[in-house]
Design a protein around this ligand. Structure first.
Ligand code: NAD
Ligand code: DAU
Length: 349
């Protein structure tokens, strides 16, 4: 049996990755390692939680002693490292949590990998990263594999630090690694703090939809399942020591995404007035203007193509949230209400 770890496997992207691995890799034993923060949720894994080739461990990745004892019991051949504090607005409110998990947590994993994988070339540290490490683009430009790092929020700075540490372990200790940097994911099970699930939640509840600034900021969107397939393909066939850009070439201004969601919601529910909910609010501090990805040519050579168009993916996503109101209500705990009041209280007053 080939054993892999997925850190952050109870989160949004992690749970899609765990499910994909359990379903498609019959020889793999998949270990989910997750601290179950506000963003982690065993409901996200409910259909495979008790699968015979899936084992869940509730652990903080920054807890070196616990990670080391887990390694002694279940040494992995691949670590898919996704555990992170992932929300930019929260990083602006509380940067220290981002340093703890995204930087310290990554080093703890790298340290056990250095100790136990010493001299091995048949193992892999797979760092799941973000296009935000490259900073903000002018109109017409694209991020490429060679773009210089220029992180500008506490979140992206913490992810950039983690990426640099992974590369440093590769260079200094010979750790086999791959880093992939991807744009904005969307799809089922995304925590309703991010633009798309927040907009859908507000459509369902007929509440004002907050659009920061002018709504002209551009993000490059990809369905989470297309991202997950790219990660697994790269883990199996990608070049070690290489950085890949994953994208579906769908950059859009935020306002276009929000308007499309309003139109889809009206079509699905038979309402006509969703666009009236759109409300322009005070901008995010330091808001990066534009992200757009030129995907790595090697990904295409390996046979990867995005398969889910934005309009179809968003339609499916709206329907998923409408069909999973229990999930939506369960994740919006008191902690969520406190965050929401802090982030939107003034903006939507
Ligand atoms: P998420 O916030 O939905 O999930 C993060 C998961 O990590 C949660 O399950 C949480 O419980 C867990 N976690 C947090 N701190 C932990 C700790 N100290 N120890 C163990 N587990 C911990 O995030 P996501 O959107 O699924 O993103 C996953 C990864 O992909 C992150 O590394 C993120 O930077 C990266 N990424 C995300 C996107 C995106 O659009 N969401 C795009 C590119 C890259
Ligand atoms: O680019 C990849 C990144 O995408 C990931 O690394 C992050 O983990 C992920 O959170 C995401 O970051 P963004 O900041 O781009 O995502 P978010 O959904 O928070 O915001 C998307 C855009 O929408 C951004 O320009 C800010 C804007 N926005 C967001 C929210 C929550 C609004 O206008 N209103 C809102 O209420």
């Amino acid at each position: 049996m080939y054993r892999v770890w997925v850190t952050g496997g109870a989160g949004f992207i992690g749970s899609h990755l765990v499910r994909y691995l359990v379903r498609t890799r019959a020889e793999w034993e998949v270990h989910t390692i997750d601290a179950l923060t506000y963003a982690g949720n065993l409901q996200n894994l409910s259909d495979i939680l008790d699968h015979p080739r899936h084992i869940f461990h509730k652990l903080d990745i920054a807890d070196a002693a616990q990670i080391e004892s887990l390694w002694e019991k279940y040494p992995p051949a691949i670590i898919f490292h996704l555990a992170a504090e992932s929300h930019v607005d929260r990083s602006i409110l509380s940067p220290l949590d981002f340093v703890h998990t995204n930087i310290l947590g990554t080093v703890v994993l790298l340290e056990v990998a250095r100790k136990y994988w010493h001299g091995r070339s048949d193992v892999l540290f797979y760092q799941v990263s973000t296009d935000e490490v490259y900073g903000s683009l002018p109109e017409g430009a694209f991020f490429t594999e060679g773009s210089p790092y220029d992180p500008r929020s506490p979140y992206s700075a913490s992810k950039a630090a983690a990426d640099h540490l992974v590369r440093a372990y590769g260079h200094t200790y010979g750790l086999p690694y791959i880093i992939s940097n991807c744009g904005n994911n969307y799809g089922p099970h995304q925590f309703p703090e991010k633009l798309i699930p927040l907009t859908i939640t507000h459509l369902i509840e007929r509440k004002p939809i907050p659009v920061y600034g002018t709504g002209q900021n551009v993000r490059d969107w990809i369905h989470v399942e297309d991202h997950v397939r790219a990660i697994v393909l790269l883990a199996e066939q990608g070049k070690r020591g290489h950085t890949y850009l994953i994208g579906a070439e769908q950059p859009r201004p935020n306002i276009e995404i929000v308007r499309l969601l309003c139109t889809l919601y009206d079509e699905i529910m038979g309402t006509t007035d969703s666009h009236q909910l759109i409300t322009f609010v005070k901008d995010r501090p330091g808001h990066d203007f534009r992200y757009a990805i030129q995907p790595s040519p090697h990904l295409r050579e390996l046979g990867w193509e995005p398969t889910i168009s934005l309009s179809e993916g968003l339609r499916q996503t709206v329907i998923w949230y409408l069909s999973n109101l229990d999930w939506l209500n369960a994740v919006r705990t008191g902690e969520y209400q406190r965050y929401y009041a802090q982030q939107y209280g003034e903006r939507l007053r």
